[in-house]
Design a protein around this ligand. Structure first.
Ligand SMILES: Cc1cc2nc3c(=O)[nH]c(=O)nc-3n(C[C@H](O)[C@H](O)[C@H](O)COP(=O)(O)OP(=O)(O)OC[C@H]3O[C@@H](n4cnc5c(N)ncnc54)[C@H](O)[C@@H]3O)c2cc1C
Length: 449
């Protein structure tokens, strides 16, 4: 461990001392905003260095915020960098109006703060945003907004991470400024959904109607009376198709490959909670059998509607392939009633519509691509240890080892487990930094584990 790191060790002895450390840490954060401890570069295009002997967290979504709160609880200083102009930009800017969380509220809480009692089991997007805003206030989370990370490199000589950003707005003190943050530890919390994925579909250039990605969809008002094709049959695609049908759009959805559709609730509880409880005492295959049998009984056989079930069970598929089952919120009933049509994969888009692989064609005015997102970490992280795969996600995320790399690199929220995964990572990270570097209680084996 470098000498300077040893010097920063401390062991809080009593609650007064902890309170003082907390106060110092929070004062430091305010200082970060207003007075970067470096001389300004003359030229606003040249890189300006903002020194920090702290944890650098990238991304102020739920995972980054959970990490910030967990570090604060331990009195560990940090700086939080966010490209958007506010917290939780995915939830505020890239989700649709009628969205409710797909998982029950107990699986979506951030550390140290419960949802208000009055919140329903499946909380709305708006309620989640309000909760996150309050969370930021409670834990004095004040990210440096409008700062986009361009590169993050570990410098062997100084044993620090060098994070270069482009800032616009108040932190830039000018129209656009390059900044460099230096820190011992780096937490990547930029999410699995950093950028939308639009498929390169044959004929897309010829299509004369409008098309958008699901992240740009707000509600179905503008589509009333129009012929709309939804491409993608995950949770977002299914729910957007339902929203469109409810708003009077003539809706068709593409279901290209087999998908598990489960009931959102079982025996009066959230299906996710039931599944989690059952996996504690039963093998995965048996839990899968129970989930699928229950859904078959409650929803009927989806094969007759053009939706095949995968041969592998829903939990096994999630563990092995990261594929999330769809929780039915009413779409299946609309398919059964004929209000939503189901088609197989698109073979070719044409000027006025689409031809499908079963040889049929339909005319459309608009297409919504609910075709998912991707992580973009490898565009800016110099990943010398090849911790990330070519998909910009940790290679070993299926094995529970996605949260910690080497040289003080940590990752929060990239284990394909939603908000719950991000908050679990956040607490592990804070505990690890604290026990390894600040109190020295972790063994060297634990430090490298
Ligand atoms: C429609 C939809 C519904 C969902 N429903 C649920 C649900 O019900 N339950 C659940 O658990 N999960 C759900 N998810 C998954 C959800 O995205 C995550 O659980 C949660 O938002 C992950 O939080 P995060 O902080 O890891 O990532 P994000 O929320 O994506 O936050 C990452 C942050 O990093 C910032 N960032 C990215 N790149 C940079 C950069 N280079 N520089 C600076 N900042 C950067 C982004 O602007 C963003 O603010 C849903 C996702 C979608 C799209």
């Amino acid at each position: 461990m470098p000498a300077s790191m040893m010097e920063s060790k401390y062991v809080p002895r009593n609650s007064n001392e902890e309170a003082i450390l907390e106060m110092i840490a929070s004062m430091g954060r305010v200082e970060d905003h207003t007075a970067p401890r470096m001389a300004h570069a003359e030229d606003s295009n040249s890189a300006q260095n903002v020194w920090t002997d702290r944890v650098i967290i990238i991304g102020a979504g739920p995972s980054g915020m959970a990490t910030a709160a967990s570090l604060r609880r331990k009195g560990i200083p940090y700086v939080l960098l966010e490209r958007a102009s506010g917290i939780a930009s995915l939830w505020k800017e890239r989700t649709y109006d009628r969205l409710k969380m797909h998982l029950a509220k107990e699986a979506c809480e951030l550390p140290f703060k419960a949802f208000p009692e009055r919140y329903p089991t499946f909380i709305t997007r708006r309620q989640f945003i309000d909760y996150l805003e309050e969370y930021a206030r409670d834990f004095c989370i004040q990210p440096r907004f409008n700062e986009t990370v361009q590169s993050a490199t570990f410098d062997e000589a100084s044993q620090t991470w060098q994070v270069q950003t482009i800032a616009v707005g108040p932190f830039a003190e000018g129209p656009r400024r390059k900044l460099v943050h230096t820190g011992r530890w780096l937490v990547v919390a930029t999410g699995e959904n950093a950028e939308m994925v639009l498929p390169s579909m044959p004929g897309l250039n010829e299509f004369k109607g409008t098309y958008i990605h699901s992240s740009q969809y707000k509600n179905g008002e503008a589509y009333a009376g129009k012929r709309v094709l939804v491409v993608g049959s995950g949770n977002s695609g299914m729910e957007i198709a339902l929203d469109l049908a409810n708003c009077g759009a003539n809706t068709t959805m593409v279901v290209r490959s087999p998908v598990h559709i489960l009931t959102r609730e079982m025996f009066g509880m959230s299906t996710f909670s039931v599944a989690m409880r059952l996996t504690k005492s039963l093998p995965l295959w048996l839990v899968d059998y129970i989930l699928v049998s229950y859904s078959r009984l409650a929803l009927g056989d989806t094969t007759s509607l053009g939706i095949q079930r995968p041969k592998v069970g829903p939990l096994e598929l999630k563990c092995k392939m990261g594929k999330t089952p769809v929780l039915n919120v009413g779409t299946l009933e609309k398919i059964q009633s004929g209000d939503i049509k189901v088609k197989p994969a698109v073979e070719q888009l044409m000027e006025g519509g689409a031809r499908f692989v079963d040889g049929t064609s339909l005319e459309f005015d608009a297409i919504i691509f609910a075709t998912g997102y991707k992580s973009t970490v490898l565009r800016w992280l110099k990943d010398k240890e090849s911790f990330f795969g070519t998909d910009s996600l940790p290679k070993e995320r299926a094995c529970g080892r996605s949260w910690k790399g080497r040289n003080g690199l940590y990752v929060a929220g990239m284990c394909n487990k939603g908000v719950l995964g991000g908050t679990t990572d956040a607490q592990r990270i804070a505990n690890h930094i604290y026990s390894t570097y600040f109190t020295g209680t972790a063994s060297s084996a634990e430090a490298e584990a």
